[in-house]
Ligand binder design. Structure first.
Ligand SMILES: *[C@@H]1O[C@H](CO)[C@@H](O)[C@H](O)[C@H]1NC(C)=O
Ligand SMILES: *[C@@H]1O[C@H](CO)[C@@H](O)[C@H](O)[C@H]1NC(C)=O
Ligand SMILES: *[C@@H]1O[C@H](CO)[C@@H](O)[C@H](O)[C@H]1NC(C)=O
Ligand SMILES: *[C@@H]1O[C@H](CO)[C@@H](O)[C@H](O)[C@H]1NC(C)=O
Length: 884
């Protein structure tokens, strides 16, 4: 008893000390050896979760970090977004979604470490790779090479961030969470384009970074020539064959691409979790020690932050946490199990300097980690002296294999790794998913006919659209304000807009003679407007009428036009849809038009308009007026929009709406709209576009074999994105202002507002599945009193927070078939399945059921039985309507 009290006192004193110092950890140093990152003197096997803070709201951060931790992450990794932090040269911004200090502190207060990738080039499918667009106007600048103006700016920003972190005591040696930094990003991919200057730049960047005295290791990823004092790391779908560029450096994986991004008009990529888990397990099997999911939470490219060419507003990435922060299952759960299995192996993984390799078959192999431990990291092994963990891999893409390992036979599924934390019992197989599947549905009152209809939804309910009252205001075509200017040539798009808007108007006037008109008539040809090269979108107006629109990436445009005798007004609208974020010479890439602009098929040949007198207008009048804000929304005379009105191009729409009740994430369904941008209460929720993915290419998906981004796509033949996230914190209960700028003429009356939640959860676990991982820490097992073979597997189901299991739609212990939302009883079925599962689960947020004859009786002797369940989740009675 006394010792307990003493211990409690000590603990309280320790907690107090931490609280007083404002620290998150007892200060610790970070170093590394050839095997692992060393934290406070101990080698660690680290799981890292990539979350980009501006792709969520500060209100979402705590939940995202907590769910990462619950999923087994030790580290949160983020880039730093220069363009957000220094929108105007010399004027820093660290508030709202860019409150980096707050984010880092939240990571620390959750007891997690942080890997801060400052870059400041970050790629990230972020506008201009994270560079502020003003950077291209610095005289004499060339990005990412041995160029003084660039190096000055880069150093200034990196130093600013390092100093900010130090002032806030956020480095590990100050008791903060930051254990690692990153300078540059995937520079090795483009270094060749810069010759010797590129090599010099790498050395400079490394020295500059280390010279800032941050006191934690720096990483360069994909950088084979990273100097000795900088860690070198791998990015990719698989990194198990990565060899660091020095024998003194550990094997690090800064970006495990667990999904992929999408362009407007593209299908949605999905990486199967069995393959993802295989890649991670292979990495740790073959000596890896730090692995980060890029992304663990992808989130949303709010505003105009998405990169290009043409990246969509959602950055869901098929990550374990979806765009709204909800668990994406079974991805999140299967990885959580994997992380638990790796943690069980950690004492052996860190004790051994290198694994023992054993060939088990033509495509089967084991890596065994053995060692003696002097102090326990995990309670399970704290008393034992010698530890052993093994990974058994079958890299055969087609067939399972029986292998003999240390005297026992194991069946390894194809393309799988089995993890044996004690070198005897399988704790986890990457190919056997025990985690639940979740089906998320939008709570729909209605859907416009053009939209995707999730399974099981009917249109019985009354149609309720976001609003019945809309007003509209017409955006002028071409010049609209005094700040227009004229130049005797075609100017480069970004040189003019400075990326303050997506839009740039080019206007000119051309005289067509009688002679010319009759030439076209006689020869039955029409004039064509030709642009040598263009990105991302151009719309061509002749005398106020839209002649045509083209989209592409540095494509030639040839547009037939109709001219009249006399003066003709030619208006070209150049639009960007996310600036280039990848590649060498970004500062030269630019946007808009390149080459010459001509009128072809004329009597005298081509009429070159390139050196005509062009008048320019940046952006839209509605943007300048800030029509999307509460303060300025009334600065124009809006007209009531009639539901039967013909859709018009270049229109602003405005309405007010009430927020849905509850706490579930809110989405706008913009499937009835064309292309444009939308704002809620002045917050820019992003660009929208109705481009449809190609019909073909979404085949069945087999997890086996190497993944690539076009392997397991969905959504073929449907609009790439129709749901747009409106963070809860941007909404009030009623009278929310929605303003949209629409280019092509959508129908705002069909916009709906919905909430999204996990509505069905399904699990399928067989009686031969591995035992629940938490049993490995059970004292009886540690003492050897019970054997793993005696522990029955469990099926676990869980609804989102504030939701409970309201009903069990299906339950069968026996030989059930099918998958979630399509489960069927087999020949063998325990008749009490439904009542047992209902009793265990109904009315609860989560439940676990042992999968064994002891629970259900034996419905068919000698046959391996499986328990399959589908449950419905509903908002809990107490939280459902409390928020408004
Ligand atoms: C970290 O390392 C520095 C330099 O070697 C040393 O002065 C300091 O005491 C160490 N801090 C901790 C917490 O171990
Ligand atoms: C563990 O310790 C024992 C006894 O000291 C020694 O014989 C054995 O080689 C050690 N094993 C490893 C893997 O270091
Ligand atoms: C374009 O700018 C000029 C000069 O400021 C101004 O006189 C003219 O009215 C502007 N055009 C429009 C359409 O506002
Ligand atoms: C953009 O402006 C800069 C500086 O005014 C100039 O050097 C550069 O050539 C321009 N770029 C293009 C493509 O016109």
């Amino acid at each position: 008893m006394r010792s307990h009290i003493a211990l409690l006192r000590l603990l309280a004193a320790a907690l107090l000390a931490v609280a007083v110092a404002g620290e998150y950890f007892k200060p610790f140093n970070v170093s590394y050896d050839h095997r692992a990152i060393i934290i406070d003197g101990h080698r660690r096997m680290l799981i890292s979760a990539g979350i980009h803070y501006p792709r969520a709201t500060p209100q979402m951060w705590p939940d995202l970090i907590a769910k990462s931790k619950e999923g087994g992450a030790d580290v949160i990794q983020t880039y730093v977004f220069w363009s957000g932090h220094e929108p105007v040269k010399g004027k820093y911004y660290f508030e709202g979604r860019y409150d980096l200090v707050k984010f880092v502190k939240l990571v620390g207060s959750n007891g997690l470490y942080l890997h801060l990738r400052i870059g400041p080039y970050v790629c990230a499918e972020w506008n201009f790779g994270g560079f502020p667009v003003w950077l291209r106007d610095v005289p004499g600048i060339e990005f990412r090479t041995d160029n003084e103006p660039f190096k000055d700016e880069m150093q200034r920003f990196v130093k600013k961030i390092v100093e900010l972190m130090r002032e806030e005591n956020l480095f590990s040696w100050q008791g903060g969470p930051i254990i690692m930094l990153q300078i540059e990003n995937e520079y090795g991919d483009i270094e060749g384009a810069y010759g010797q200057q590129g090599k010099d730049y790498v050395r400079w960047a490394a020295k500059m970074a280390v010279g800032l005295g941050a006191g934690v290791p720096w990483v360069m990823c994909k950088q084979v020539d990273a100097p000795e004092f900088i860690l070198d790391a791998c990015n990719g779908y698989y990194c198990d064959s990565f060899i660091p560029n020095s024998k003194k450096k550990p094997m690090l994986w800064t970006e495990n691409w667990d999904g992929w991004y999408t362009t407007w008009g593209g299908a949605l990529p999905h990486r199967p979790v069995e393959d993802l888990a295989f890649a991670v397990a292979r990495f740790f099997q073959r000596g890896g020690s730090f692995q980060n999911y890029y992304m663990y939470f992808g989130g949303t490219n709010f505003g105009r932050t998405s990169g290009g060419p043409n990246y969509i507003t959602s950055y869901d990435y098929d990550a374990p946490l979806d765009e709204y922060g909800l668990l994406s299952q079974p991805k999140w759960g299967h990885l959580k199990d994997l992380h638990a299995a790796i943690k069980l192996c950690e004492p052996a993984l860190v004790a051994a300097d290198s694994p023992q390799y054993m060939k088990l078959g033509p495509q089967q192999e084991a890596h065994v980690y053995r060692g003696n431990i002097t102090q326990g990291l995990n309670t399970a092994f704290s008393k034992s002296k010698s530890v052993c963990a093994a990974f058994l891999a079958n890299i055969d893409e087609h067939t399972a294999a029986d292998v003999k390992f240390l005297g026992q036979v194991y069946t390894l599924p194809p393309w799988s790794v089995s993890i044996l934390p004690d070198c005897r019992h399988v704790a986890y197989s990457t190919a056997k998913v025990g985690a639940q599947t979740s089906i998320k549905l939008v709570d729909l009152n209605s859907l416009p006919s053009k939209m995707y209809v999730p399974q099981r939804l009917t249109f019985e309910e009354e149609v309720t659209y976001i609003a019945n009252d809309w007003v509209t205001w017409k955006e002028p075509i071409g010049l609209w304000g005094k700040n227009n200017f004229t130049s005797p040539s075609i100017l480069e798009h970004l040189n003019v807009t400075k990326d303050k808007s997506d839009y740039l108007w080019y206007t000119t006037r051309i005289y067509i003679s009688d002679d010319e008109m009759s030439f076209w008539e006689e020869n039955e040809v029409s004039p064509e407007l030709s642009i040598d090269s263009m990105r991302d979108v151009v719309r061509i107006f002749i005398n106020g009428e839209l002649s045509g629109s083209k989209r592409g990436h540095w494509i030639k445009v040839v547009q037939p036009v109709q001219l009249v005798q006399g003066y003709n007004d030619i208006v070209l609208l150049s639009e960007t849809v996310g600036l280039q974020n990848y590649g060498a010479f970004l500062e030269k890439d630019g946007a808009g038009f390149k080459g010459r602009i001509k009128l072809t098929n004329s009597k005298i040949g081509d009429i070159d308009l390139t050196e005509s007198s062009w008048t320019y207008q940046v952006g839209l009048k509605g943007e300048l007026l800030k029509l999307y804000t509460r303060e300025k929304a009334e600065s124009v005379r809006w007209k009531k929009l009639m539901p039967d009105a013909t859709p018009t191009i270049f229109s602003w729409y405005k309405t007010y709406f009430d927020a849905p009740g509850g706490t579930d994430p809110v989405v706008l369904n913009l499937g009835s709209m064309g292309k444009g941008q939308a704002w809620v209460n002045g917050h820019h929720i992003g660009r929208y576009w109705d481009l449809v993915a190609p019909k073909d290419g979404c085949g069945t998906c087999d997890y086996r074999g190497a993944y690539s981004s076009d392997k397991c796509t969905t959504n073929c033949g449907k609009p790439t994105q129709i749901w747009y996230h409106v963070p809860r914190s941007w909404l009030k209960s009623n009278q929310n202002l929605l303003v949209m700028f629409e280019e092509t003429g959508g129908n705002p009356f069909k916009i709906t507002i919905n909430t999204i939640s996990t509505q069905s959860v399904c699990g399928q676990v067989s009686e031969t599945h591995y035992p629940p991982l938490h049993m490995w820490w059970h004292p009886e097992f540690t003492n050897g009193k019970i054997s793993m073979n005696d522990i029955t597997p469990e099926l676990h189901l869980q609804c989102e927070d504030a939701h409970t299991i309201s009903s069990i739609e299906f339950a069968s212990y026996g030989t059930p078939q099918g998958n979630c939302q399509n489960l069927l009883k087999g020949n063998c079925h325990a008749p009490n399945s439904l009542s047992i599962v209902s009793q265990a689960c109904q009315g609860r947020n989560s439940c676990s059921i042992a999968v064994s004859n002891a629970v259900f009786g034996d419905p068919c002797r000698g046959i391996v039985k499986t328990l399959a369940v589908e449950a419905v989740c509903s908002p809990s009675a107490f939280s459902g309507s409390a928020s408004m």
